[in-house]
Design a protein around this ligand. Structure first.
Ligand SMILES: NC(=O)c1ccc[n+]([C@@H]2O[C@H](COP(=O)([O-])OP(=O)(O)OC[C@H]3O[C@@H](n4cnc5c(N)ncnc54)[C@H](O)[C@@H]3O)[C@@H](O)[C@H]2O)c1
Length: 340
């Protein structure tokens, strides 16, 4: 089968490609990425030599380009990881989030419909459910929790989800959606909490923590997320939404302190800064549906996973430094890519 994987130069998409390109030699994977500031070609460079993989630079907001790509490539499966993904940026530039996350998704849906794609999968987020109170540990998001968004980011992701479900109902497009909690692992751009803490701590810089650091996230290792996406794409029921969660709720402050401890750095680096506007309090996921239906489960517990992740960043300091210096923007050289 031929797969289109959008956003494959980003954090989760690149981890997904490393997993599936090596696992499924009989399938062929086309990675489509616009290489925005968050797209890092270094994340997927070593896949260039694989026979069942190629990279295409392009923008999901460009409907003519998307239509042409679909007409030429004959994809069987589309998996949409591409998105503007940082809540803070969505507060500064909400329109960009609507263009990429909603209209970009609709371009992919239209092409999937026109070219009879066998499965369209939307990679979504638990943020579409809004937040939960800090003092009600009994409450978790299920697939039936109403959408109730807080930020322009989560509103754009929820809008995209609604379009995906509308195409399923109206046009009988075979779709699935996964809604996952906060990911951690290798190749995460140093704008998100965990790589920010590691890169600042490496340079003994102050580590900004929003508010009192009491917001709770349900952390999942990116590999467990991607195993879930793969199972849903191959075996999930069309028209269904599946939650994926880490069962590892931690406050932001706990996460920061754990990382500093592993790095042997002082907690004095922690600096509390003004809270993010509209900051969601707590996310927590019930993933019973995917566990029962598709036999999915986590292989990482947070304590081991975060230790492994810190070690990955420490052994790949040049990967972070390349981003901090801006050099990562030169990693993609169009003329060197051979078309397979
Ligand atoms: N990071 C998380 O914790 C998390 C949790 C749940 C769901 N998600 C979702 O998973 C997906 C991937 O998240 P991530 O953390 O890897 O994001 P990321 O920001 O690291 O990567 C996004 C990728 O999409 C590409 N992209 C952006 N706009 C594009 C466009 N117009 N056309 C083509 N490519 C474009 C970027 O270049 C980048 O490579 C997103 O849809 C996000 O909403 C993320």
């Amino acid at each position: 089968m031929k797969f289109l994987v959008t956003g494959g130069a980003g954090f989760i998409g690149s981890n997904y490609l490393h997993y599936v390109v090596n696992k499924y030699k009989e399938d062929y994977f086309v990675c489509l990425d616009a290489l925005t500031y968050a797209g890092n070609y270094n994340n997927i460079k070593e896949l260039e030599t694989k026979e069942n993989y190629k990279f295409v630079k392009g923008d999901i907001r460009d409907s003519l380009f998307i239509d042409k790509l679909f007409s030429e490539e004959n994809f069987d499966i589309v998996i949409n990881f591409a998105a503007e993904s940082h809540v803070d940026n969505s507060i500064k530039n909400p329109n960009l989030f609507a263009e990429t996350n909603i209209l970009g998704t609709m371009n992919l849906l239209n092409a999937s419909k026109k070219y009879n794609i066998k499965r369209y999968h939307q990679v979504s987020t638990d943020e579409v459910y809004g937040d939960l109170p800090l003092d009600r540990k009994d409450l978790l998001f299920t697939e039936n929790t109403p959408l109730h968004t807080s930020s322009p980011y989560s509103a754009s992701k929820a809008s995209a989800d609604l379009e995906v479900l509308a195409y399923a109902r109206t046009y009988k497009l075979p779709v699935t959606i996964s809604r996952c909690s906060n990911n951690y692992g290798p190749y995460q751009f140093p704008e998100k909490l965990i790589p920010v803490v590691i890169s600042k701590a490496l340079n003994n810089e102050n580590i900004p923590v929003y508010g009192k650091g009491e917001n709770v996230r349900d952390w999942i290792h990116v590999h467990d997320h991607n195993v879930g996406v793969d199972l849903i794409v191959r075996n999930g029921r069309p028209g269904e939404v599946y939650n994926l969660g880490g069962h590892s709720e931690r406050t932001n402050l706990e996460v920061v302190k754990t990382i500093l401890k592993h790095m042997g750095k002082s907690e004095d680096l922690i600096t509390f800064v003004e809270d993010r506007p509209g900051h969601d309090l707590r996310y927590a996921i019930n993933s019973t549906k995917v566990e029962k239906e598709l036999n999915w489960n986590r292989t990482y517990n947070f304590d081991d996973g975060i230790k492994e992740t810190v070690n990955w960043y420490l052994s790949n300091e040049s990967w972070i430094n390349n981003i901090l210096s801006g050099d990562y923007k030169n990693a993609y050289k169009e003329e060197l890519i051979t078309n397979k």
